[in-house]
Design a protein around this ligand. Structure first.
Ligand SMILES: C[S@@+](CC[C@H](N)C(=O)[O-])C[C@H]1O[C@@H](n2cnc3c(N)ncnc32)[C@H](O)[C@@H]1O
Length: 291
């Protein structure tokens, strides 16, 4: 399995947690805002394997035209296959017309375009004047403050509303054990490490997104969207630990801390095997629009 296939597998595993976590008040407010439109044209930013688009497809009772914008071409190819499977499962006819996917049932028509490119180049990829909504799931914690601000300025120019869900704010294991806060701090710091574009917002994205959206005069509704991972889901818990195992050593200042980390990870693995560990991952959802 290559890196993208592994990422695709992770994105699929998190779907039920995202679905349960999404803030229903934030979502309902967005639906209310859009309900009078006959059809909707939506851009899904950082679309990955299309999980966010698939989530909304059956929630929307209008004809829909989607543009999936994603920088990783391989993920978008996987998205196509998964959308075709979604159509079969939900009794839609699907047709590929050039590279556009057209889904139809007796009532609705859904058109889905895939665009390989960066969210930061959005204006040059699509005509933003013609869109009703931008959505993004689990994306903006990866952005730096500056990138998010640049992106918001683009939204402002076109008065395009934004529904941004599952923005990471923290991790808590239950029960807590010694050194949890220590290594979770490193895990969060890893998200904010220096990269070629600057530092990702990571767990600080919630407060920054709120301030930045307010600052450009958007009306903003914010709500919590937690994942509650039970001790029965050992596959998911193991994957979370693997992310920590791979990321934390990159930023440990002292080599001796690696032993301490290994001991902590081993203890967590034992607790998972005994079904004695569960985990809460906190996130925030945002609905921002213009009056
Ligand atoms: C955690 S994944 C979420 C994928 C999808 N939204 C979902 O809910 O499953 C974040 C995605 O954002 C994409 N991404 C990050 N920065 C991007 C950018 N500047 N332009 C386009 N895609 C970006 C990544 O390639 C990745 O597929």
């Amino acid at each position: 399995m290559n890196k993208n296939q592994k990422l695709a597998e992770w994105l699929e595993l998190r779907i039920p947690y995202d679905a349960k976590g999404r803030n229903s008040i934030v979502e309902a407010s967005c639906q209310e805002y859009l309900k009078k439109r006959k059809s909707l044209k939506i851009v899904d930013l950082g679309a990955g394997t299309g999980a966010n688009c698939r989530y909304y497809l059956s929630k929307i009772s209008q004809d829909q035209e989607w543009f999936l914008v994603e920088q990783n071409q391989e993920l978008l190819e996987i998205a196509l296959n998964r959308l075709i499977m979604w159509a079969q499962e939900n009794r839609y006819d699907s047709q590929l017309q050039n590279s556009t996917l057209v889904l139809k049932n007796q009532v609705y028509k859904i058109t889905i375009h895939r665009i390989v490119g960066s969210i930061l180049d959005l204006e040059n990829l699509i005509d933003l004047n013609t869109f009703d909504l931008a959505v993004a799931n689990a994306v903006f914690d990866l952005f730096s403050e500056k990138q998010f601000q640049t992106f918001l300025e683009c939204l402002k120019k076109y008065q395009l509303p934004l529904l941004a869900t599952i923005n990471y704010t923290g991790t808590n294991f239950l029960p807590q054990t010694e050194d949890d806060s220590y290594f979770i701090k490193y895990y969060n710091q890893h998200m904010q490490r220096q990269q070629d574009f600057g530092r990702g917002m990571g767990p600080d994205c919630g407060s920054y997104m709120w301030e930045a959206m307010k600052h450009i005069n958007m009306k903003v509704l914010q709500g919590e969207s937690p994942w509650e991972i039970s001790s029965n889901d050992s596959v998911f818990l193991q994957l979370m630990l693997r992310f920590m195992e791979e990321s934390i050593p990159e930023i440990l200042e002292e080599i001796t801390l690696q032993d301490k980390l290994n001991t902590w990870l081993l203890k967590k693995q034992q607790m998972i095997a005994q079904k004695k560990l569960s985990c809460n991952v906190t996130h925030q959802d945002f609905w921002g629009y213009w009056e």
